[in-house]
Design a protein around this ligand. Structure first.
Ligand code: ACO
Length: 293
């Protein structure tokens, strides 16, 4: 029996990667309250599961997410503030609080539609790779609301102000190529190679020290809103925190493998994690005048 079984989410574990797909394809993966509760619980469970090294968030049926479910999240919860509050809290928690602070690397894999509230988990992930023909839209303005929750804030924090204003005010569909151009995603790739590209990124991330990676991604996110003195002080403290509970003893392992064993070059890739096979590093010959001729 699969380890993670939910009605609105499908999880497949594959060599450390948790392919986590919203599973309401008939509704273009629009997010109803049940999906928020299930995703919230799932991300909590996976955060401490040693089998899960990288979490990929996507959608089944060729679409990332059509945003909040206009029927089940909005209309059907009208007049029920308690239900609204609970589902909003769960939605905010998994899409932003959990994802943006996740202890493991996270990748958004975007194909088809990514609309409105779907931007939150897409930006909440550490990385976003999209199909070139993916369809992004901040549709809120088109049906009479604002990009609420955190959407306006995190979108404006991610892209340049002109792009943020344009897309929030116009609500037009734009593709993966445009999303890459404005810095909303890391990369747009042909739809046929989307999964392969995401897998390769996940595999590269798994070669790095989990502790160093976790501290790095948290540091990059947190320093953005700090003053320079605060950031300096925070980073000096985090520098020490990286070593706490570090099963790889990353700092010492890295230095030893570079200086003593000469088995890797930090500028070219990560040090060897425990259990990984050693590889020999090719020595680059100095260029001599004779060789240049
Ligand atoms: N909420 C509820 N149901 C939805 C949503 C949604 N956000 N998006 C799609 N669906 C449902 C449709 O109602 C339809 O259901 P039905 O088969 O029972 O009639 C089914 O999903 C398929 O949708 P279609 O519109 O038929 O699919 P199509 O591929 O033609 O269009 C598209 C997809 C462009 C995503 C369109 O459905 C759409 O515009 N959806 C609304 C997207 C949106 O504005 N989301 C933001 C919500 S606000 C927020 O997130 C804060």
């Amino acid at each position: 029996m699969a380890k993670y079984q939910y009605e609105t989410v499908e999880v497949t574990l594959e060599n450390g990667i948790a392919w986590t797909l919203l599973n309401r394809p008939a509704k273009r993966n629009a997010m109803n309250p049940k999906l928020h509760f299930e995703m919230d619980e799932l991300l909590g469970r996976m955060s401490t599961d040693p089998e899960v090294k990288v979490v990929v968030i996507g959608g089944k049926g060729g679409h990332f997410s059509a945003g909040m479910d206009l029927k089940e999240f909005f209309r059907e919860q009208e007049g029920n503030p308690e239900a609204q509050r609970k589902s909003s809290e769960a939605g905010h928690r998994w899409r932003w609080e959990r994802l943006s602070e996740y202890p493991k690397p996270t990748i958004a894999m975007v194909e088809g539609y990514c609309v409105g509230g779907g931007f939150t988990q897409m930006i909440g992930c550490d990385f976003a790779i999209a199909a070139r023909n993916a369809k992004f839209a901040l549709s809120e303005v088109n049906w009479g609301i604002i990009p609420g929750g955190l959407v306006a804030k995190i979108f404006a924090d991610t892209v340049l102000p002109r792009h943020a204003l344009y897309h929030a005010c116009m609500g037009e569909v734009f593709d993966g190529v445009e999303a890459e151009r404005i810095g909303l995603i890391n990369k747009a790739v042909p739809a046929a190679s989307l999964r392969k590209t995401v897998r390769e990124l996940a595999q590269k991330l798994m070669l790095k020290s989990p502790n160093a990676l976790r501290a790095t991604k948290h540091a990059v996110r947190h320093v953005r809103s700090m003053s320079v003195p605060d950031a300096y002080s925070y980073l000096m403290a985090q520098y020490l925190v990286v070593g706490v509970g570090d099963t790889e003893d990353s700092y010492n392992s890295g230095i030893r493998q570079f200086l003593d064993e000469k088995s890797f070059k930090p500028a070219h890739g990560p040090f060897r994690l425990k259990g990984a096979r050693a590889k020999t590093v090719k020595k680059t010959k100095p260029r001599t005048a004779a060789r240049r001729k």
